[in-house]
Structure formats: structure tokens, C-alpha cells
Design a protein around this ligand. Structure first.
Ligand SMILES: Cc1cc2nc3c(=O)[nH]c(=O)nc-3n(C[C@H](O)[C@H](O)[C@H](O)COP(=O)(O)O)c2cc1C
Length: 200
């Protein structure tokens, strides 16, 4: 049974354009995978805490040497990682906020990037441990950035996912959503076309 993990990161939860496109993709996926399991993580409704020094030191502490607080931090991070590990497909709703990824997503990434757990250091650099997944990203943006140096999200996301061993990543862009009603309608129609092709 295939498992799909949908991660919504819009400030507006399920109402964000990125979440709605992700929802449409997931609905089509479910038609193709009637026995498939869908898990939804909404980072706006349930934000992951910022990574601070104490939390990072908890990750570094050896299993037998953690105090109760540190163990709770590690258990929380382990839970996020287990959820991600068990997914064959990951669908990410990705708004652009202030020229970058939502801070909630950064906090989530900071809790799943764990040396020895999701990647390991080798002589030739880090090697990811979560291979074999397919990731679909639904990127919603007020302006237009794809293919330009101002697209701070695509390269960053590919680099981060590569760190944890995920290289099979497809992006669908809905751009120009704040450039007038006509541009918005055209962008969403185009994104839906791309989305349908991916579910083909
Ligand atoms: C706080 C905030 C910051 C934003 N910053 C940008 C930005 O830097 N560049 C951009 O193109 N659009 C920006 N936008 C517009 C969003 O990218 C656009 O509304 C998109 O639909 C957000 O995705 P969502 O609807 O899934 O939340 C911003 C919107 C908000 C609410």
C-alpha cells in the first residue's frame, strides 16, 4: 500500500493556493491509488518549533546521556522523520513569502536534517539516507521568478532534499498570482494542466 505525505505550509492552511493545488493533486492520486494512505501535515496549524541551541544539543547528545527534556526533543524529531520515511510520495505546498520558503518549512527541515539519521558524513561529503521517494512541489507565488536568479526556492529545495537522499523532485509553479485577476486565472489554469499531466 503506497503512502503519500502531504505537507502544507501556507499561512492560510488548506485555503492557500499552494495547498489547494496540492489537494487537487492528492485527490487525483487517490483515484489512481484507491488503497493508498494519505497523511496530512499542516505546518501552519501545527508549527514545528524553531531550532535553538538546546534542541540542537539534544540531537547531538548520545542516547544514554540525554536528560528527559532532550529525549522529548529527539522523540519529536524522530516522529517527524518516521512519518517522512514511511512516505513513498511527498506532496509539498510551497508559498513564496518575503522572497523565500515559509519559516515553518525551514523549522521543519531543521528538525529532519539529522546526521546519522537522515544523512551520514562520508569522505566525499554527506550522503542521504531517505532515498526512493518521489516529491511533488506546488509553488505559489505573487510574482514571477521561475528560471531566474530570484527564484530562491527551487535550488534550495533541491539541495536540501538531495542532502537527505531525495533527488526525484517535480515542481509545478503557479506564478503571477498577485499580478491581476487575468494573470492569476491563467497561472492557476496552467498549474492545473501541469498537475493533470503529472498524474497522467
Ligand atoms: C507574508 C507574505 C509575503 C509574501 N511575499 C511574497 C514574495 O516575496 N514574492 C512573491 O512573489 N509573492 C509574495 N507573496 C504572495 C504569495 O506568494 C502568494 O499570495 C501565494 O499565493 C502564497 O501561497 P499560498 O496562497 O499557498 O499561501 C507574499 C504573501 C504573503 C502573505
Amino acid at each position: 500500500m503506497a503512502t503519500l505525505l502531504q505537507i502544507n505550509t501556507s499561512l492560510f492552511s488548506g485555503h492557500g493556493q499552494s495547498s489547494r493545488l496540492a489537494d487537487e493533486f492528492v485527490a487525483a492520486w487517490q483515484v489512481k491509488h484507491p488503497d493508498g494512505r494519505v497523511v496530512v501535515r499542516d505546518l501552519s496549524q501545527e508549527p514545528v518549533p524553531h531550532l535553538d541551541g538546546a534542541r540542537f544539543m539534544s540531537f547531538l547528545a548520545k542516547p544514554g546521556e540525554r536528560n528527559a527534556e532532550q529525549q522529548a526533543v529527539v522523540d519529536y524529531s524522530d516522529g517527524l522523520i518516521e512519518e517522512l520515511k514511511s512516505a513513498d510520495v511527498v506532496v509539498l505546498g510551497l508559498p513564496m513569502y518575503n522572497f523565500g520558503i515559509p519559516s515553518t518549512l525551514k523549522a521543519y527541515f531543521d528538525h529532519i536534517a539529522r546526521a546519522g539519521v537522515t544523512f551520514t558524513y562520508t569522505d566525499s561529503g554527506p550522503v542521504g539516507l531517505l532515498s526512493g521517494k518521489k516529491v511533488y512541489v506546488f509553488a505559489a507565488r505573487g510574482g514571477r521568478y521561475a528560471g531566474t536568479p530570484k527564484d530562491t526556492q527551487t535550488g534550495y529545495l533541491r539541495d536540501f532534499l538531495h542532502l537527505i537522499g531525495v533527488d526525484d523532485v517535480e515542481f509545478v509553479y503557479a506564478e503571477g498570482l498577485n499580478l491581476g485577476e487575468e494573470a492569476k486565472a491563467a497561472a492557476l489554469a496552467d498549474a492545473r494542466l501541469q498537475l493533470a499531466r503529472l498524474n497522467g
